[in-house]
Design a protein around this ligand. Structure first.
Ligand code: GLU
Length: 445
C-alpha cells in the first residue's frame, strides 16, 4: 500500500503548537514510509476562511521544512460534493431536519435532565411531506443529517488500539447547514477517497467523528483508511490551551527567534516516550518515530522547555550549518568565533552581542583600576592562541595575589564589558592584544 497522509487545516487562523503536531506526524509518517504528504485546505466555510491564513499556513510549513507533495482546496470542489449529496439524498442516507439551534438545545437539556445521552432523536424522520412543505412555505430551510446505521463501528487505531463506537451513542451528524454550506465531515471523506489517503492521523478530539465518518466511507462504497488519533496538548498546569493559542503560533515562535528545528524536535517528541532533545535534521526524527510511542494522556506544553531545546540545538550546531546566516549578519569566515560563542547563546541573534564584544567598540567595566593596570603590565604580546589566556591569568595571579572569582571576574568585566559569557580562553585570541590592552585601560575599543 502506498502511504498517503494529509494535513487538513481550516484557514481560519494560524498554525499553532497544537495543530502543528498533526501536520508533523502526518509528514513524518509519509516520509518515513516513502509515501506522499498532502496539504488539504479545508476552506468550506467561506465566511471564516481567509487567504492570509492560507498563505500563513504555507509559510509556516515551509519554514519548518514540512513540504507537501500535492495540494487541494475544498472550496474548488463543491460540484463533487454536490454530486455525492444528490446520491445520498436519493438513497435516504441524508435527510432534512428543521429544528432551530434553540430547539435542539432544549431537546438536549431535557434528555440530560432525564439522565439520557444527548443524542439526536431523529424526530425529523417522522415528519410528513405536508409538515415539511408547511415549514418550507414559512421560509424555513433544512439542515441535512447523515443517517447512521445502528451498529457498532470498529477500527484498529494506530495509537489507541482496538476501538469500538456504538453508532446509537452518536447523533446523526449534520453534513450540510441551513444556508447550504458544508461542514467538514462529508467533504473530508470524499477527498480522502479521491486522493487515496491511506492514513488519517489527527487529534483524539476527532474520535467520535471517526465513528460517523467510517460509516460515510462505507455509504460511499469505499474502504475507510487507517486511523491514528494522537493525544492533545495542554498547558504546563494541565489547563486547556485554546485561549492561549494565539501566542503559541508558529509565526510567533519564529519572530521570537526560535529555530525551526527546535520547534520540529520539540513537537515530534512531546507527548511520546522519546526524550525531548534537539535534532539537527529530520533524519534522526524519522528513525525514532513510532505511533506506539505516543502517550494516551494529554501532553504538557511549556514554552520554557521549547526555549531550552532551542538553546541546546544552537550549542550543538556546527559552523557549516549557520555559516550563511552568520554572513547575512556581516559575520564572515568566523568558525573560531562561532565555536567560541555557540555554547553561550539562547537565540541565534545573540551572536550579534558577542561579535561586538570581540570586535568592539564596547564599554569595558573597570571596578578596580589598580588591578587592571597590574594585569595590563603582564599582558602577553600577540599573536594569541588558546594557551594565551592561561599564561595571562597565571601572570596576573602572581602580580596581584588574586585568585578564583576575584581574579577572573574583573578581567572578564574589563575585557568583555559583560559579567558572564563564553570562555575567555576562546575569546581572548579573537579580541586580540591591542583591544585587550585598550580595554584594561578603560578605553572604548
Ligand atoms: N479541517 C479539520 C480540522 O482542522 C480536519 C480534521 C481531519 O484531519 O480530518 O479539524
Amino acid at each position: 500500500m502506498t502511504v498517503i497522509t494529509r494535513f487538513a487545516p481550516s484557514p481560519t487562523g494560524k498554525i499553532h503548537i497544537g495543530n502543528l503536531r498533526p501536520a508533523l506526524i502526518n509528514w513524518l509518517y509519509a516520509r518515513a514510509e516513502g509515501g506522499q504528504f498532502m496539504l488539504r485546505i479545508d476552506d468550506t466555510d467561506l465566511e471564516r476562511s481567509k487567504e492570509e491564513y492560507v498563505d500563513g499556513i504555507k509559510a509556516d510549513l515551509t519554514w519548518l521544512g514540512l513540504t507537501w507533495d500535492f495540494e487541494a482546496r475544498q472550496s474548488t470542489r463543491f460540484d463533487k460534493y454536490d454530486a455525492v449529496v444528490e446520491n445520498l439524498k436519493a438513497e435516504g442516507r441524508l435527510y432534512p431536519c428543521y429544528e432551530t439551534a434553540d430547539e435542539l438545545d432544549r431537546k438536549r437539556k431535557r434528555q440530560m435532565s432525564r439522565g439520557l445521552p444527548p443524542v439526536y432523536d431523529r424526530a425529523a424522520l417522522d415528519m410528513t411531506d405536508e409538515e415539511r412543505a408547511e415549514l418550507e412555505a414559512e421560509g424555513r430551510k433544512p439542515h441535512w443529517r447523515f443517517k447512521l446505521e445502528d451498529r457498532s463501528v470498529v477500527w484498529t487505531d494506530l495509537v489507541r488500539g482496538e476501538q469500538s463506537i456504538e453508532a446509537s451513542s452518536l447523533s446523526d451528524p449534520i453534513l450540510i447547514r441551513e444556508d447550504g454550506s458544508y461542514l467538514y465531515t462529508l467533504p473530508s471523506v470524499i477527498d480522502d477517497i479521491e486522493f487515496k489517503v491511506s492514513h488519517v492521523i489527527r487529534g483524539e478530539d476527532h474520535v467520535a467523528n471517526t465513528g460517523a465518518q467510517i460509516q460515510i466511507f462505507e455509504a460511499l462504497g469505499a474502504q475507510a483508511p487507517v486511523f491514528a488519533h494522537h493525544n492533545l496538548l495542554v498547558g504546563k498546569e494541565g489547563e486547556g490551551l485554546s485561549k492561549r493559542l494565539g501566542s503559541l503560533s508558529i509565526s510567533s515562535f519564529r519572530e521570537d527567534g526560535i529555530e525551526a528545528m527546535a520547534v520540529v524536535s520539540h513537537a515530534a517528541s512531546i507527548g511520546s516516550s522519546n526524550p525531548i532533545v534537539p535534532h539537527q535534521t529530520t533524519e534522526t526524527i524519522f528513525k525514532e518515530f513510532a505511533f506506539e510511542k505516543l502517550s494516551r494522556s494529554p501532553a504538557k506544553f511549556d514554552v520554557a522547555e521549547l526555549e531550552l531545546i532551542n538553546a541546546k540545538l544552537l550549542h550543538e550546531t556546527e559552523f557549516s550549518v549557520v555559516q550563511t546566516r552568520l554572513a547575512e549578519l556581516g559575520i564572515e569566515g568566523a568558525e573560531a568565533f562561532w565555536d567560541a560563542v555557540r555554547g553561550n547563546i539562547e537565540k541565534f541573534e545573540d551572536v550579534k552581542l558577542w561579535w561586538k564584544v570581540v570586535n568592539g567598540p564596547i564599554d569595558p567595566v573597570i571596578e578596580d583600576a589598580e588591578f587592571c593596570a597590574k594585569a595590563l603590565s603582564v599582558l602577553p604580546e600577540g599573536p594569541y592562541d588558546e594557551t594565551s589566556w592561561g599564561t595571562f591569568t597565571k601572570a596576573v595571579k602572581e602580580a596581584t595575589g588574586a585568585k578564583g572569582k576575584a581574579l577572573f571576574q574583573p578581567l572578564r568585566l574589563s575585557l568583555t564589558g559583560q559579567p558572564h559569557g563564553p570562555e575567555l580562553k576562546a575569546l581572548l585570541p579573537l579580541i586580540g592584544p591591542d583591544r585587550a590592552a585598550g580595554r584594561l585601560k578603560g578605553e572604548v575599543v
